[in-house]
Design a protein around this ligand. Sequence first.
Ligand SMILES: [Zn+2]
Ligand SMILES: [Zn+2]
Ligand SMILES: [Zn+2]
Length: 359
Amino acid sequence: MSDDSPAIREIRINPVVPSESVLVSTARGMRPRKAEDPAPRDTRKHVDRCPFCTGNEAMTPPTIAAWPAKKDWRVRAVENLYPVLGDNSTASNLVFGLQQAIDGYGRHEVLVDHCEHGIALHEMSQEHVSLLIGAYQERMAALYAADPRIQYVLVFKNFGPAAGASIPHTHSQVIAMPVVPENVHNEVTNSRSYYEKHRQCIFCSLIDEALTFEAKIYDRASGAVRRQISVGQYVVERGEKFIAIKPFASRYEWEVHILPLEHRHDFLLLTPEEAEDFARVLRHTMARLDAVIGGAQYNFFLHSLPHSPEFSNCKNSYHWHLEICPRTSIPTGFELGSGLYVSTISPEDAARQLREVSL
Ligand SMILES: [Zn+2]
Ligand SMILES: [Zn+2]
Ligand SMILES: [Zn+2]
């Protein structure tokens, strides 16, 4: 980062979910908490004993689906051998005093993203990433359709040891859950309240701001201009139908969100043509992150409007998106204890560095 930029110390409130706030502190005192260099990712093309490598299909539970659906699969879905949720439980929900538990039914599937063991997303072909996005849609739709009790289907990917990936072979996961995760619930209900007040989708407003906003922030005491926010400052990558932006209140230093430029509430309604642009923006964003961080290890997850009737009135207010959270540091006691995320790079500076990568 450029050392001539003035140090920032401010708490930034997440406009969608205010409880998820961030302390942006570029002062040196916050810097030593950086994680040690994470274990390098496994970049081998084929590993003989890896259950996800081609030729080892018998080592995994049976294939649920494959794309293409023939022997020469390029993406493959299998049941998770160690599911966090299973569908064979019949116990009813449990309440005892203050202790409540919801029966952990659901489904847990793994998508083998590519037959090449250690390939990174930005190294996959554009066409392959489109195919993968189509596979996400198909499994998500199938899981919603399979069980009316399912409240949410979460698609996510952990890549690299720093992001908690337990199997080095590149893969994603799809979990059908009996509850709407709290962060999705907060986003959906908060954006609905915003819509009721402003008749506008808050995510669309944030995209507009990222693209066009110009403002000056004044020092209250002296009246001097403290900071100027200028056009396109948060844009990392722009496609025809998708945009990658650096959130103003990023929890993770290199966090980037990808959203459809036009208002869309449901990832499942993405057309193949839109999926191509999404794939392009995603690949370019991952390439930028990889170049700046020097090997991106990350979690990403899809947030889309839950299908339950409770949220059927949120189609105009909720905007689906992909959140990419590269893991470059380890949360400290301060973060766990305060619930406040700490970012030692200003999101504006991070966005500029990502934009400046030439692809
Ligand atoms: Zn493998
Ligand atoms: Zn919108
Ligand atoms: Zn989200």
